[in-house]
Ligand binder design. Structure first.
Ligand code: AMP
Ligand code: ZN
Length: 120
């Protein structure tokens, strides 16, 4: 998908240092971090979101998450981390290539600050 920014990063057309890479995924830093440590786990295969994910892609994603979990301490996430995957307009998904946000590096908000209309 030549118009997909994450496919272009995976292809090396857009420079983005990889904290980890294997045959199924890359892990990069989010360019607009929302926590001291904000990583993106991006499967190399292009599909839009978890609602349009095949069973095979789901199996691959689960394996990628297991791999990441084993590496997390090495990324400075030994205190814990939160994972998020936005799907669609209400979730403000901006890149239609499935990716998992990984947030940590400090104690995160208990309420996740997800709705602008709810009190913090
Ligand atoms: P989402 O809104 O869930 O689709 O998340 C897309 C994320 O990709 C946002 O958090 C952006 O900051 C991030 N992003 C966009 N372009 C880049 C890039 N070139 N390198 C790293 N992260 C990016
Ligand atoms: Zn893509």
């Amino acid at each position: 998908m030549s118009d997909c920014i994450f496919c272009r990063i995976i292809a090396g057309e857009i420079p983005s240092p990889r904290l980890y890479e294997d045959e199924k995924m890359i892990v990069i830093r989010d360019i607009n971090p929302q926590a001291p440590m904000h990583l993106l786990l991006i499967p190399k295969e292009h599909y839009p979101n978890i609602a349009e994910m095949t069973a095979k892609q789901a199996t691959t994603l689960a394996r990628c998450l297991r791999t990441f979990a084993k590496l997390a301490d090495g990324f400075g996430l030994s205190g814990g981390f939160r994972i998020i995957s936005n799907k669609g307009a209400d979730a403000c998904q901006t890149v239609n290539h499935l990716h998992i946000h990984i947030l940590g590096g400090e104690k995160l908000s208990e309420n996740m600050n997800c709705s602008p209309d709810l009190p913090i």
